[in-house]
Design a binder for this molecule. Structure first.
Ligand SMILES: Nc1ncnc2c1ncn2[C@@H]1O[C@H](COP(=O)(O)OP(=O)(O)O)[C@@H](O)[C@H]1O
Ligand SMILES: [Mg+2]
Length: 276
């Protein structure tokens, strides 16, 4: 009969596995990041808490391997990962890791503390980042339920979000700024419809909408980067909505005829808003 592992053995086994994962990640880091600056970022991403969290997600079988880097942003890094879906099929996943060391803390606080869903968290640096990650997961879930095209979220844990990988053969779909629309009039209308549906059906305002946060797959649009999205109760929701509309107009203006931003805002929020 096998004896139950002593807590101490268990501890060592865990450490061993984490070390292996750690080495693997460093490996990835050195393969992708040849220069000093990028190597520094790799160290900044994979601190101890983040490694433990990744390990937990591997243990829960949400992902089973880490792939290359997709993006290094201001607050987060996105990586490709391997995942086995419920039917046992190997697929990809996108792993978004919010950096605990270099998070853009002030902006996050401003967005998150005005949101009634997240206003009662303890305001420590880490807690804000964990809540931020959870918020992106909740927003994606909410948007998907309303039929908005965006990545399907699989899981979140502390500062890590795992979601559907949007791309083909390990190559992510391009951002709309990288692959300009062939029929800008139609694509512009699609983008406006997305803002409207997100507001009217999902009751969300994206809050950081631009040509960077819309991916395109053969002309159809997919919204990403939803952590900062807020509900209409947020004190700045309507400022954010107006800014989103303005950004989309700015991007499309050189390519096609755009509708006046005030008129669009009016159409999206409806008459009732102005009667309040
Ligand atoms: N689910 C995904 N599938 C494929 N690529 C993704 C996915 N999520 C993000 N990306 C890529 O990573 C980039 C950064 O992701 P984003 O969520 O916008 O983070 P950031 O907060 O750094 O802007 C995106 O522009 C896109 O190219
Ligand atoms: Mg982005």
């Amino acid at each position: 009969m096998r004896s139950t592992p002593k807590p101490r053995d268990h501890h060592y086994e865990n450490l061993n596995r984490i070390e292996r994962l750690d080495r693997k990640i460093q490996d990835i880091g050195s393969k992708i990041h040849k220069d000093e600056d990028s190597r520094k970022i790799t160290c900044e991403v994979f601190d101890e808490i983040t490694l433990l969290t990744l390990y937990k997600l591997v243990n829960k079988k949400i992902i089973n391997s880490m792939g290359g880097s997709i993006s290094t942003g201001k607050e987060a890094n996105v990586f490709l990962a391997g995942r086995t879906d419920n039917d046992g099929i190997e697929t990809g996943a996108a792993v978004k890791i919010y950096r605990l060391r270099t998070g853009n803390f002030t902006t996050m606080s401003e967005y998150i503390l005005g949101d009634p869903r997240f206003s009662n968290i303890r305001r420590t640096h880490k807690n804000i980042i964990f809540a931020w990650t959870k918020k992106e997961y909740s927003n994606l879930t909410r948007a998907r339920e309303a039929g908005i095209p965006c990545p399907k979220p699989f899981a979140f844990e502390r500062n890590i979000l795992i979601m559907e990988f949007l791309g083909k053969n390990d190559v992510p779909y391009p951002q709309i700024r990288q692959k300009l629309p062939q029929k800008p009039d139609e694509t512009y209308q699609d983008a406006i419809d997305l803002i409207r549906d997100l507001y009217q059906k999902a009751k969300l305002v994206h809050g950081d909408l631009s040509e960077y946060n819309i991916l395109t797959d053969h002309g159809s649009l997919i919204l990403i980067d939803m952590a900062q999205a807020v509900t209409p109760e947020h004190p700045k929701a309507y400022n954010f909505l107006f800014r989103d509309i303005r950004n989309i107009n700015r991007f499309f203006a050189p390519m096609c005829k755009t509708t006046d931003e005030h008129k669009l805002f009016h159409n999206i929020v409806g008459e009732k808003f102005f009667e309040m």
